[in-house]
Design a protein around this ligand. Structure first.
Ligand code: 13P
Ligand code: SF4
Length: 308
């Protein structure tokens, strides 16, 4: 008999734990996932940490709680495993801003210019580029390239952030994250007045005027580590709201303030506890990347992993 009757969340979590054993599965979750999904995961991290973790999984099944490009990356790096995404509609609008035909056309206009792709791209785009990067390693990846001129896609804000830290000539693609784009410089000015002692941390997907006002610009994984180490007690968090659950869990003595009420990524929130359970029950929805595309994409991702 269940020990959790009357608490549907705990009951679902118990059934997930049982099925995880039965299927030999591990659950990987991105820092933007709902709190209850983060709580049942074996590993929670940023996109770089999740790629690194995916290469090490020995269990038969990876249930990937995040958006599709992240689950595809796990499948590309560890093709022997069955990778399930609890909702296959969890896409990333930024990925869709760089369709493969447009990337090929731009490459043809820039002969000899290598292409750096943020991991927020589809697998077929990754197969077209020289190297991938994440928000945690973008500057390091760009600096690792021998060429002085690079096309950087799809995030123009991350490209401009990298340009501030590199002497190379970076040609940005015109993409952006709709969630981070909604964070405004006005939000920071208002919150600084309300919380005079607070420190402002933002993600490099934010616009340059937001970045200008921030104290620190960090990937989600870097935010988690930074928050543990800082002496600051009040922290204004300029990224998707799901990270606050992770931050509170890791640094319970500190206060985290959401930068704006608009920082929810609707795609990340498509993954729910129920859908994780159904994924394990029905072995749905397997992520497949044709080997002809996966081979090229793997080369670009592994080149990145060799840099960091
Ligand atoms: P991180 O690489 O910092 O986890 O960010 C991924 C992402 O999609 C940000 O919107
Ligand atoms: Fe894509 Fe932005 Fe959502 Fe990250 S937060 S998955 S970049 S839409």
């Amino acid at each position: 008999m269940s020990t959790t009757s009357g608490n549907p969340g705990a009951e679902i979590a118990e059934r997930i734990a049982h099925l995880k054993k039965k299927r030999s599965a591990v659950i990987l979750a991105h820092n933007y996932q709902l709190g209850e999904v983060q709580d049942i995961a074996d590993f929670v991290g940023d996109s770089l940490e999740l790629s690194q973790k995916a290469t090490q999984v020995e269990a038969d099944v990876i249930v990937f709680c995040g958006v599709l490009f992240m689950a595809e990356t796990a499948k590309i790096l560890n093709p022997q495993r069955t990778v399930l995404i609890p909702d296959p509609l969890a896409g990333c609008p930024m990925c869709d801003m760089a369709p493969v035909e447009a990337v090929r056309k731009r490459k043809a206009e820039l002969p000899g210019v290598p292409v750096v792709a943020y991991v927020n791209t589809t697998a077929d785009v990754k197969a077209e580029v020289d190297i991938c990067c994440t928000s945690a390693n973008a500057v390091k990846v760009v600096e690792s390239m021998p060429e002085d001129r690079l096309l950087f896609l799809p995030d123009k804000n991350l490209a401009l952030w990298v340009q501030r830290h590199s002497k190379k000539d970076i040609i940005p693609w015109n993409g952006y994250c709709p969630t981070h784009q909604r964070i405004l410089d006005h939000d920071i000015r208002r919150l600084r007045e309300e919380h005079p002692g607070a420190v402002v941390i933002v993600h490099p997907e934010c616009t340059p005027d937001v970045i200008d006002l921030a104290d620190e610009v960090l990937s989600t994984g870097q935010m988690v580590r930074w928050a543990k180490e800082t002496a600051a007690q009040e922290i204004i968090v300029g990224t998707e709201v799901g990270l606050i659950h992770r931050l509170k869990g890791d640094s319970p003595d500190k206060t985290f303030i959401q930068i704006s009420p608009l920082t929810t990524c609707p795609n990340m929130k498509l993954i729910t506890l129920e859908k994780v359970l159904w994924a394990l029950e029905d072995m749905e929805h397997p992520v497949e990347v044709p080997e002809a595309i996966a081979a090229g994409a793997r080369r670009a991702i592994e080149r990145m992993l060799a840099v960091v």
